[in-house]
Design a binder for this molecule. Structure first.
Ligand SMILES: [Zn+2]
Length: 231
């Protein structure tokens, strides 16, 4: 069978177009899968080395819209005003989405949810910030003090400062990996916080129909790559 060239080839998390088959679905996915350092991985405190140059956050309250694609819900900023700086390069926040359960596992601990804040630089290179959450019955959608966001479920428009996703304690892992969805290309600079946040179960249930259950890519081989930790 000739491989398709279509960039929108259907993929899923189980069955004949599940993760173990993604690289066979089209040439574009096959190319991405060739990157040797794939994500997600198991992060272990005892195996990480101290990081030096860290990233800085320059987030601001801005307007997001809500879209469903790639088996989850996405919050997409209209003007991409929020950004981070890593090694002197600006990466603008272009997409926020989540996976259930978490894709990264920290010290054998998988949580109910992982948010990905996806950033892109002018060369279209990605930097992703991952934050793990468990669900609670509290009503604030993210259960922290900064949450002054307003969700308009009818119009799918939301104003918030993406900092609300970040835990107060900002210790995190850093490693180089790939996208966790097709085309799983790399390199992607990953920053995964090791404080588990709390997310309102009611908020997540608003998106239940759009988010595929178990939309987490299985853990990939760490191989010989370095994992850094910032206290
Ligand atoms: Zn993701």
């Amino acid at each position: 069978m000739k491989k398709k060239r279509n960039m929108d080839v259907e993929w899923s998390y189980s069955g004949s177009n599940g993760p173990e088959h993604w690289h066979t679905l089209c040439d574009w996915y096959a190319e991405g899968a060739k990157y040797p350092y794939q994500s997600p991985i198991h992060l272990i405190h005892g195996e990480a080395t101290d990081g030096d140059e860290d990233l800085t956050f320059h987030y601001k309250k801005e307007q997001f819209t809500e879209k469903e694609f790639k088996n989850t819900i996405h919050f997409v900023p209209f003007n991409t005003e929020s950004y981070v700086v890593f090694k002197g390069v600006e990466y603008h926040l272009t997409d926020i989405h989540f996976h259930m359960p978490s894709e990264h596992i920290i010290d054998d601990n998988q949580t109910e949810l992982e948010f990905h804040l996806v950033h892109t630089n002018v060369n279209q290179e990605n930097l992703v910030v991952g934050i793990l959450f468990n669900l609670t019955d509290k009503l604030n959608w993210i259960c922290n003090d900064q949450d002054n966001s307003i969700w308009d479920f009818d119009n799918h428009i939301q104003w918030f400062d993406p900092s609300i996703f970040l835990p107060e304690k900002q210790s995190h892992f850093h490693y180089v990996g790939s996208l966790t969805t097709p085309p799983t290309k790399g390199p992607v600079n990953w920053f995964v916080f090791d404080t588990v946040g709390e997310m309102s179960r009611l908020f997540i249930e608003e998106f239940r129909e759009e988010v595929l259950e178990n939309n987490n890519r299985p853990i990939q081989d760490r191989k010989d790559r370095a994992i850094y930790y910032y206290k």
